[in-house]
Design a protein around this ligand. Sequence first.
Ligand code: PEP
Ligand code: MG
Length: 570
Amino acid sequence: MSGSPQATGIAKVARSAMTLRGTPAVPGIAAAPTVRPAPRIRADLRAEPVAESDRASQYEAFLAATSVVARRLRERATRASGAAAEVLVANAAMAADRGWLGAAEKLIAAGSPAAVAATAATDQFAEVFTKLGGLMAERVTDLRDVCDRVVAELAGVPEPGIPTPARPSILLADDLAPADTAGLDPNLIVGLATSRGGPTSHTAIIARQLGIPCVVAIAGLDDVPAGVDVLIDGAAGQVAIGPDPETAARAVAEYRTQESRTAAWTGPGATADGHRVEILANVQDAAGARATRSQPAEGIGLFRTELCFLDRESEPSIAEQAGIYREVLDAYAGAKVVIRTLDAGSDKPLRFADHADEANPALGVRGIRIAAHNSGILDRQLDAIAQAAADRTPTPWVMAPMISTAAEAKSFAAKVRARGLVPGVMIEVPAAALLAEAILEHVEFLSIGTNDLAQYTMAADRMSADLAALTDPWQPAVLALVARTAAAGATAHKPVGVCGEAAADPLLACVLTGFGISSLSAAGVAVAGVGAALSAVTLEDCRRAAAAVLSTSDPDSARTAARAALQSAE
Ligand code: PEP
Ligand code: MG
């Protein structure tokens, strides 16, 4: 074998260091001390109203400040390129937006000081954007940043911004303004961690362009001060606070080796001795599917359809749904695509599908259970998928989320087959893993959602940062259920894939392959790392690692056992 896959850096760091978890945004590993942006000044919302005679000059000062801010952002855009430049131009336009200027003008005319008016107008817009959700909600940071710059200009103080550290550092922030992110020097800011933001926020987009490892939406990050050493793992979505320096340095060095192997990997997925494992991508909409084409994925292993509709009040028509699904299928024309029916409820509420007022939504009417109460939603979605898939080769696979019984699988499969599609189900509930053989009698494939399988096996909320150690997919109890499900697939000669976050971990990918998992589907950015890791080991190595983890009793020992099994083959 040509070298064992590296565990993600943090997995290798002494686990005594506290590890915070967030959403992976840009892969990469870096170790450095932290820096934080300088605090922004805020308008004094209790300031006295402005005398009527001074209101015109207040408005003039406000307009002057907004045009200075817009000009500076445009100037910065000319020094940037690509997405960074586009973001800066868009923000300059926000500073000159007629709606926003008009809202502030009204407030100033009613007596608000300019800085207060700017803030209140921004709050009004931010509320609307937040309600719209999705990409619009992620633009709230941009809007507030423009406002903060205007407030600073009105107060005659320098623009808020990030420090220029004397040595390479990892920037921690609540959320970063695009104007700050776009100006980052990747030689000095070697990692980015934010407590807010999403993987499609401008922070993440620009960090990706600059190649800076980035994790967003990290619970508990606010308590981490500037100046402490951290190790960030962008692919795993983790930040270890105060790691052992030697181990951290080794993790970074190993990552660099892995990075060059990853950069050279172009697929298709296979072990060093040619055992095929499909390496697929998880997507959430057409734009995401098209963007993922730049990654060496062989197809789509999980299309989370519910994420297309999180901001909808009412159910999209069959025609509209079909249009969206067709765009995703077109992005992967000729390739395998696995579409998941709506997984509404719990952490992904859909206003048009949810069962109201549940005390415990994670254990409530979510996923396929919605069909039992409202089968029309599922029927119409399957009609839309069938329309989108008409005459398409290969036929898309369609799977249901949150299956708990063989009867649910049977009824779902009948509906899918009736429309000429290929039925499968997700294994996310321990009951389904335990009854995988019975479920496989009804469907053509299984796909294991390790995120929910870990949540329900460990009785630990997957959203809880406090319980992150319990929802670790390396928990041996979770791995035992995965192994059991894979074995059921082998007996039935039907494919069993993994599409939860476990599939994005290169070391765990080798273990899963050893269990007999036939496809791994991960976020696009993680695909090449997983493929490269698999290409460095043999099937026998993977089987040895798989057997080793099954005799451990905690995640750390499981990681260590897997690594040792793979290294012993070198
Ligand atoms: C999972 O539970 O692992 C999964 C892939 O589904 P989701 O993360 O969308 O719940
Ligand atoms: Mg799930």
